[in-house]
Write a protein that binds this ligand. Structure first.
Ligand code: UDP
Ligand code: LCN
Length: 806
């Protein structure tokens, strides 16, 4: 990119750069983000005769397209350029247009100066740098392969196997001896004493099983195999055992990535899984739509169910049912004594539709009953996590009668608990962010001190850094969650380099090219969410009841608004009432477009109707704002706002009822990490108009199976919806086509079966890697522990002090 700046300077466009910089100088803001930069540039271009050419095709246009931020200090400008995904270059451009590269440290100092928090005379600030810990681990080279960690790792491991077969086969042999279930030895016993013997015995065993009828059950030849050195775990029939042994034989002879993956994926090593979803409300009924409780709960419950199912299938196939292997999945959450009619005060609750998946709730220690007996916002939860982890460890050991094989954290708090548990129990740790708040709240790090009273981001971002670096592997729902798009920074990427003024500087917060990152999107629960056309699976009385609730029922306790004409096409949205979800933005967009109101009604399902029922700041603000918009644009008669908490089956049927009326779903979030409502509504057959900021950009293919909207551009959004609606009025088949494509998209790409198969395969391969690699993570983990004890914990204790007086 320096070349691009150079090219601008050496071309005729140097004068444009000079004029643009002088225009920048007239801006009120001295910190411009990409949108601001493009805005100033388009204003600049508009004055030019060849404005279009200058904006789109010039060298300067290209340079500014890649510029994420411009910071003005005195007469100089700092350009932060992102020439490629996951890369950053920083330049100082002076008044006379000389350009020099700046270091990350200089940039962070500059940002501190901008908020008057730069105090060099008081000594240096703590600088966090995780770079050195990744120096001795493999890294992906091409950014397009970021998020395909396991593929890379398999290639890396099998090439090692190839280069130094003796050492690696030794490791493989030791790894195979490791596995047990409740004290019962699996795979190989001590009749096989060396790696050479293993490869001889494998050939013998193959010859033995090949002679047997392919469908002969394992139990009938178990003892013969045992005398050859093989224990349960190879397969449930002669054929399956033969296949598994063949794969191992091939791996020993000529290792390649596919064979390695195929073999490790069959190793029976995961039977007990913990999914940590620490903050409340975690339950199966009556929790969705409350603050903090949305997709994560849905995701974790579905994941638990499907993991159990997959583990059960794996156990059967591996021939382990004969020795009574019973997989168990525990969702670990907090117990909330004052549970407001939910089951969040119950210690143990079985997950519906499973044999052995449970929600285990562990109470917070009673520091101040006002806090610990009640729901606490996720932003206030930090002081309780360490003791929660200590108490949970005890309970988990008792419930499992031993250690788990995998700990999956969810969201910052769950990930930190997963780190503490994994460290104590020496178990593989997986991170799932769901949403990283750092990129959700603009300037959340730069102004952390101003926001700390409400959000405590200093704790959250420190916890994020600890957990994401500690994790053996990270599961993300989209590629852009890790490294964004060509023009926007990814959520994990935003942890790469940032300042927390007066607290610390992060010069390298995470290695985005590490193979620990894996994109594994979630699915939808197909029992509840399915196409509206599947009439045989729908319950007519529910359909009628929900149709009435959505469009005509008068019940002011939970429904606001009476429609003048309930038969207009419904524009539907459902979300928690937090600011980022931006339901108020959708109401405003609808309010500003008389045309849209002509053709459609707006139907919102959104948690609550009254501020006095809410104990969440953002939720209260949003409620007030929504009423204000309804009045301001006089939307009475055109909008229904349902403050209901739906059961799972009702929430599925609601989308279908909207689809019966050929409605559409709008997801107007200012940023959406992934967006389960998009999958739910698509599989139900609803054409979607979803935010272009975040995950929906990967779920939907624009104008094929849905549409992108820019929710900050109300006029454009209204026009897009109106165009679609008019097109459907002229040609009803258009709605059907988009609807069918939306359904197909989910079935082909977003299923829990795909998710769990991949997740378990990751858990096994990363487990194997940890075992075989001589990589010593202890130094990294010690560094992270220091952060935890020296930064996180004292701050958490300060917050606890404040909580004592609430
Ligand atoms: N949901 C619900 N009732 C509501 C609001 C949301 O049942 O009033 C459900 C919705 O069906 C979806 C989840 O909560 O399953 C929201 O997940 P999403 O990923 O869309 O957003 P999040 O709330 O996690 O940010
Ligand atoms: C949190 C969010 O904000 C959503 O975008 C996701 O869909 C949900 O978690 C599940 O991962």
């Amino acid at each position: 990119m320096s070349e691009l700046i150079q090219a601008v300077l050496e071309s005729e466009e140097k004068n444009d750069l000079r004029a643009f910089v002088s225009q920048l100088r007239q801006q009120e803001k001295n910190y411009l983000l990409r949108n601001d930069i493009l805005h100033v540039y388009s204003e600049y271009c508009a004055k030019n005769e060849q404005s279009e050419k200058l904006y789109t095709f010039s060298l300067l246009g290209k340079l500014l397209y890649y510029t994420q931020e411009i910071i003005q200090e005195d007469s100089n400008f700092c350009f932060i350029i992102r020439p490629h995904i996951a890369s950053q270059e920083i330049y100082r451009v002076t008044a006379d247009l000389s350009v020099e590269a700046m270091t990350v440290q200089e940039l962070l100092d500059l940002r501190d100066r901008l908020v008057n928090k730069y105090h060099p005379n008081e000594g240096d600030l703590l600088e966090l740098d995780f770079g050195p810990f990744y120096d001795y681990t493999p890294v992906i080279r091409d950014p397009k392969n970021i998020g395909k960690g396991v593929q890379y790792l398999n290639r890396y491991l099998s090439s090692k196997l190839f280069q130094d077969p003796k050492q690696w086969l030794e490791s493989l042999f030791s790894f195979l001896r490791l596995h047990q279930y409740n004290g019962i030895q699996l795979l190989i016993n001590n009749r096989i004493q060396s790696q050479q013997q293993l490869s001889q015995q494998v050939k013998k065993a193959i010859a033995f099983v090949t002679e047997r009828p392919s469908d002969e059950p394992y139990d009938e030849f178990r003892f013969q195999l045992q005398t050859m050195g093989f224990e349960p775990g190879w397969g449930n029939t002669a054929q399956r055992v033969q296949e598994t042994l063949n794969i191992l034989d091939e791996l020993i002879d000529s290792p390649d990535p596919q064979t390695l993956e195929a073999f490790i994926s069959r190793v029976p090593m995961i039977f007990r899984i913990v999914l940590v979803s620490a903050h409340g409300w975690f339950g199966q009924e009556g929790v969705l739509g409350r603050p903090d409780t949305g997709g994560q709960v849905v995701y974790v419950l579905d994941q638990a169910r499907n993991l159990e199912k997959q583990l059960q299938e794996d156990v059967l196939l591996a021939g382990l049912d004969g020795i009574n292997v019973k997989p168990k999945v525990i969702i670990l959450s907090r117990l909330i004594p004052n549970s407001d009619g939910t089951l969040c005060n119950e210690r143990l609750e079985k997950v519906y539709g499973t044999d052995n998946a449970w929600i285990l709730r562990v109470p917070l220690r009673d520091f101040n009953p006002n806090m610990t007996q009640n729901w606490i916002s996720r932003f206030e939860f930090w002081p309780y996590l360490e003791t929660f982890a200590i108490d949970s460890e005890r309970e988990l050991l008792a419930e499992f009668q031993g250690k788990p094989d995998l700990i999956v954290g969810n969201y910052t708090d769950g990930n930190l608990v997963a780190f503490l548990l994994a460290r104590r129990m020496k178990v593989t740790q997986c991170n799932i962010a769901h949403a990283l708040e750092k990129s959700k709240y603009l300037f959340s790090n730069l102004y952390w001190q101003d926001l700390d009273e409400k959000y405590h981001f200093s704790l959250q971002f420190t916890a994020d850094l600890i957990a994401m670096n500690a994790a053996n592997f990270v599961v993300s729902s989209t590629y852009q969650e890790i490294v964004g798009t060509p023009d926007s920074v990814g959520q994990y990427e935003s942890y790469k380099c940032f300042t927390m003024p007066e607290l610390y500087h992060v010069v390298n917060g995470i290695e985005l090219f590490s193979p620990k990152f894996n994109v594994v999107p979630p699915g939808v629960n197909e029992n509840y969410y399915f196409p509206y056309t599947r009439n045989q699976d729908r319950v007519e009385s529910d359909r009628l009841r929900l149709d009435e609730m959505l469009f005509t029922l008068e019940d002011s306790s939970q429904i606001f608004g009476k429609l003048d004409d309930p038969n207009k096409r419904p524009i539907f949205s459902m979300a928690r009432l937090d600011r980022i979800k931006n339901l108020t933005g959708l109401a405003e967009c609808f309010g500003q477009s008389k045309d849209l109101q002509e053709h459609c009604n707006l139907i919102l399902v959104a948690g609550k109707l009254r501020t006095e029922e809410s104990d969440d700041n953002e939720e209260r603000d949003e409620i007030v704002k929504l009423y204000h918009i309804i009045d301001e644009y006089n939307l009475h008669g055109k909008i229904r706002w349902l403050g209901v908490r739906l059961s799972k089956s009702d929430s599925g049927e609601i989308y279908r009822v909207i689809a019966d009326r050929k409605g559409i779903f709008v997801q107007p979030a200012l940023f959406e990490a992934f967006g389960l409502t998009i999958l739910e509504s698509m599989i139900s057959g609803l054409p979607n108009f979803a935010t272009q900021f975040g995950g929906p950009l990967e779920i939907i293919q624009d104008k094929v199976n849905g549409f992108y909207i820019n929710p900050t551009n109300l006029t454009e959004t209204a026009t897009k919806i109106l165009d679609f609606v008019t097109k459907c009025e002229q040609n009803p088949e258009y709605w059907e086509t988009v609807s069918q494509k939306a359904i197909d998209r989910v079935y082909t790409t977003y299923t829990w079966k795909i998710h769990t198969t991949k997740l378990l395969s990751l858990a096994r391969i990363y487990g194997f890697w940890n075992f075989t690699s001589k990589e010593n993570r202890e130094d990294l983990l010690r560094y992270l522990e220091s952060l935890f004890y020296l930064i996180y914990k004292p701050r958490a204790q300060q917050l606890l002090e404040q909580h004592k007086y609430r």
